[in-house]
Design a protein around this ligand. Structure first.
Ligand SMILES: Nc1ncnc2c1ncn2[C@@H]1O[C@H](COP(=O)(O)OP(=O)(O)OP(=O)(O)O)[C@@H](O)[C@H]1O
Ligand SMILES: [Mg+2]
Length: 356
């Protein structure tokens, strides 16, 4: 049982013994039989849990490990949901106006004036780069109508729901919540303002985020309802503005920045995306003009944090479980740019002791 405490349920982030998932252990010489109760049947991460159990017991000298998987009863799941709510400070009633994480959690919104400049790409890759640094990271895809984070990260899985607790979906070390998880067949979301706000509340308060160093928000374009909602619901949110180098893009982006400043939020800086293409001979071609990011940073009295070139992640096989069309890995030149961005941002906002 002690060894099994090192097996962490990847979705909940706690060990399977404390979660009450280990039903019984029978030891017969060097042969061990373990019965594990999964939270839901067909739990997408069951292979990970099974392999982890086998590995931990083999390390103790077990020569044969038999892992039998079953599913919790409704009553057991309700009890677990209650326990999760009790343990997780995020899990309190909506009226209590509590946010995920704790006093150390940094909230970081990625905004822009214009659409299509790369907010979602920057959010996803900054989050993955934070996770590579060992930080506990989450993403709220706050673009309720135009969600794109699940596709960009290649997430096929749907969130597990235990009782009335929703678990974010883990991907590349990042916990993700998106409207896309609750829409079938890419159907359009046709809600009006107040319902969008409620969805955001649900994402913040009914999702079991667990401890977080950073929670990123991928905002829809412009200075509309959701952006305003984020500003009012999360008073301490810090903001990054994304723009392209083109003067019109940075002009429009200035409005998003001005909104952050007017609502009293800390502007961390500007990220210029699609800055240039690097040619095979090393030359940089500035397809969309030059200087927009720098100018915007000056206008807003903030810093130009990064210039991200145009380029695609390594082509991967869509059947590969790690396939993610918009995630650059650490060895990709653009992945390195994101690592540098993460380091810079963390130096500005980070608490000295990350949790992982
Ligand atoms: N540096 C880049 N190099 C190549 N393609 C990029 C780059 N950044 C973004 N893209 C591509 O540009 C498109 C728009 O990017 P993305 O969806 O991130 O923008 P957005 O600002 O979130 O858009 P929206 O306003 O619709 O939410 C996507 O197809 C994305 O893959
Ligand atoms: Mg987007």
């Amino acid at each position: 049982m002690e060894a099994l405490r090192a097996v962490i349920d990847p979705e909940i982030g706690q060990d399977i013994v404390s979660l009450g998932m280990v039903d019984r252990v029978d030891v017969d010489g060097s042969r061990v039989r373990v019965r594990v109760k999964l939270t839901v049947s067909g739990c997408p991460l069951q292979t990970t849990i099974r392999q982890d159990v086998e590995r931990k017991l083999a390390a103790l000298g077990a020569e044969a490990v038999d892992v039998e998987l079953s599913t919790m009863t409704e009553a057991e799941r309700d009890a677990l949901a209650l326990r999760l709510r009790g343990k997780d400070p995020a899990q309190v009633s909506l009226n209590a106006n509590r946010l995920p994480g704790d006093a150390h959690t940094v909230f970081l919104a990625v905004a822009s004036g214009k659409g299509g400049v790369g907010k979602s790409t920057v959010t996803v890759n900054l989050a993955v780069a934070f996770a590579r640094r060992g930080l506990a990271v989450g993403i709220v895809d706050a673009d309720i109508y135009g969600f794109s984070v699940p596709d960009m990260m290649g997430i096929e899985q749907r969130p597990t729901v235990i009782g009335d607790v929703i678990l974010p979906v883990p991907r590349f070390g990042v916990k993700v919540m998106s409207m896309g998880f609750f829409v079938s067949d890419n159907a359009p979301v046709i809600w009006r303002g107040p319902m969008l706000g409620k969805m955001l509340d649900t994402f913040l308060k009914e999702v079991s985020w667990g401890p977080l160093d950073v929670l990123l928000f991928d905002l829809p374009p412009g200075t509309g309802d959701i952006a305003l909602d984020i500003h009012s619901k999360i008073p301490k949110v810090k903001e990054i503005i994304v723009t392209t180098p083109h003067p019109t893009a940075s002009f429009v982006a200035a409005r998003a920045g001005a909104m952050a400043l007017r609502t009293g939020h800390e502007l961390l800086g500007v990220v210029e995306n699609m800055s240039y293409v690097r040619c095979p001979n090393g030359d940089r071609v500035h397809l969309f003009g030059q200087g927009g990011g720098r100018k915007l940073a000056d206008v807003l009295g903030t810093e130009l944090l990064a210039e991200i070139p145009i380029g695609l992640p390594e082509a991967a096989d869509p059947d590969d479980p790690d396939f993610a069309p918009s995630v650059y890995d650490a060895r990709h030149p653009i992945g390195e740019v994101y690592d540098a961005l993460a380091e810079k941002v963390w130096a500005k906002i980070g608490s000295p002791s990350p949790r992982r």
